[in-house]
Design a protein around this ligand. Structure first.
Ligand SMILES: Cc1ncc(COP(=O)(O)O)c(C=O)c1O
Ligand SMILES: Nc1ccccc1C(=O)C[C@H](N)C(=O)O
Length: 420
């Protein structure tokens, strides 16, 4: 059906018939902007402003220190974790919102290695497998941890998802993967990949940065071991909002992480000199959280509570199908290469096209109010966030892209900004 859409009016009709369309009104989006970067920084829920006002004025300003109890600040990582849990197929008391994705990767990976170290085959199980194409922080954190531990851990980088089955073996301690690749938008089959790795005795850690809030996830059905992810992308938690961490309940008792701060202690206000981890998911906590930023996450989660991930996925695929079809028909012959898989089963919620002048073209798009981003090498990324992206946004983005390409209206040697 999407293939036959070839006018803006037809896109208007798709919007008029879209059951999710009313949700857009809950976001503060600037006029004249086509925002296709919710996969990097989600848009602001309108309610976040009132929430910030309340946290700052009432909870901090008036109630001061009393808010740790009265406003539930101390319990916020776990309370919001419970709100986020259904979006990733997790249960109550299995998720905390805390720290950054990088830090949570470190904690989960360290705990997984420590669990493997207590197994009889630990002397030969020393490899962390991940993808060369993974988001760099994931690889960097694994490298840093392996170096720091200095116990012979090695990182094995695979060059394609097909290589995973031969790369994971009896030497694999942890398979650490990002569910949807940040650059290509490639989506792994979580259940199949997890089962294959576990059959070799590996533990599996998923980074859900580009899939949580973008598509249905069922960590329990996949029998995953650990997961982390961002709240500032598809979940619309705000710039630098704390990340989340999930531990399969079957691992809670053995889970020990090296950042053993007082928020993970069983009785922090007894002020004991010895660390004793608390039961359950709060073991993943370290110390005091940025409460103002953490509180903002709730406004985004409250919008998800009004719909379901299946409905969002249906719209997301319609948006990405339409974008691919329109770019390929209206920008034909313009040397664009589709980087993202066409197969729905392998596609996340963003679409990437490569072009030799990708950076300059993206700058030109942004100058016209079509906001995507650029990732080396040559890749223009366009994120589709079904809570607020409209079908006419897809049309308008492709029209701007077409005009820029036809008129060569981009800077061929554009100077790159610090953040691309
Ligand atoms: C897969 C993935 N992991 C982690 C991160 C970010 O980690 P952090 O929030 O710690 O900067 C990103 C994006 O920034 C990402 O795409
Ligand atoms: N946290 C950021 C801060 C500044 C600029 C970008 C980010 C991103 O999140 C990038 C994203 N993870 C990516 O997939 O490229």
């Amino acid at each position: 059906m999407i293939k036959h859409i070839n006018t803006r009016a037809a896109c208007e009709t798709l919007d008029a018939n879209d059951p999710l369309a009313p949700l857009r009104a809950q976001f503060a989006l600037p006029p004249g902007v086509v925002y296709l970067d919710g996969n990097s920084l989600g848009a602001r829920p309108k309610a976040a402003l009132q929430r910030a006002q309340k946290v700052i004025e009432e909870e901090w300003g008036n109630d001061l220190i009393r808010s740790w109890n009265k406003a539930g600040w101390f319990d916020l990582p776990a309370r919001l974790g419970n709100k986020l849990a259904p979006l990733i197929g997790a249960g109550d008391n299995e998720v905390v919102i805390t720290d950054s994705t990088s830090i949570n990767l470190f904690k989960m990976l360290a705990a997984a290695l420590q669990m493997q170290a207590s197994q009889p085959d630990s002397a030969t199980r020393k490899v962390i497998v991940t993808e060369r194409d993974n988001f760099p922080t994931d690889i960097y954190m694994a490298q840093g941890l392996a170096e720091w531990l200095d116990r012979g851990y090695r990182i094995r980088l695979v060059d394609s998802p097909q290589e995973l089955s031969s790369a994971v073996n009896a030497e694999t301690a942890v398979l650490m993967l990002t569910h949807v690749n940040y650059r290509s938008g490639h989506l792994h089959d979580m259940q199949a990949v997890t089962a294959a790795a576990q059959a070799h005795g590996a533990l599996v850690l998923w980074d859900l940065a580009h899939s949580a809030g973008a598509l249905p996830i069922d960590l329990h059905a996949a029998n995953a071991d650990f997961a982390v992810g961002c709240t500032y992308k598809y979940m619309n938690g705000g710039p630098g909002a704390p990340a989340f961490a999930w531990i399969a309940p079957r691992h809670h008792a053995q889970f020990r992480q090296p950042l053993s701060g007082w928020w993970g202690h069983r009785a922090p206000f007894t002020m004991q000199p010895d660390f004793a981890p608390t039961d359950g998911i709060r073991r993943a906590l370290c110390g005091t959280q940025p409460i103002v930023s953490l509180a903002m996450v709730e406004s985004g989660l409250d919008i998800f509570a009004q719909t379901d991930m299946q409905a969002l996925r249906t719209k997301s695929l319609a948006l990405t199908d339409l974008f691919i079809a329109l770019v390929e028909s209206r920008c034909a012959g313009q040397q664009l290469t589709l980087v993202t898989p066409r197969d729905h089963a392998q596609r996340g919620s963003h679409v990437s096209f490569a072009h030799a002048h990708g950076y300059g073209i993206m700058r030109a798009l942004i100058a016209r109010g079509v906001i995507g981003d650029y990732r080396e090498p040559q890749v223009m990324r366009f994120g589709f966030t079904p809570l607020y992206t409209r079908f006419i946004d897809v049309w308008d983005a492709v029209e701007s892209l077409r005009q820029i390409l036809v008129d060569t209206d981009y800077e061929i040697s554009a100077q790159q900004e610090a953040v691309t």
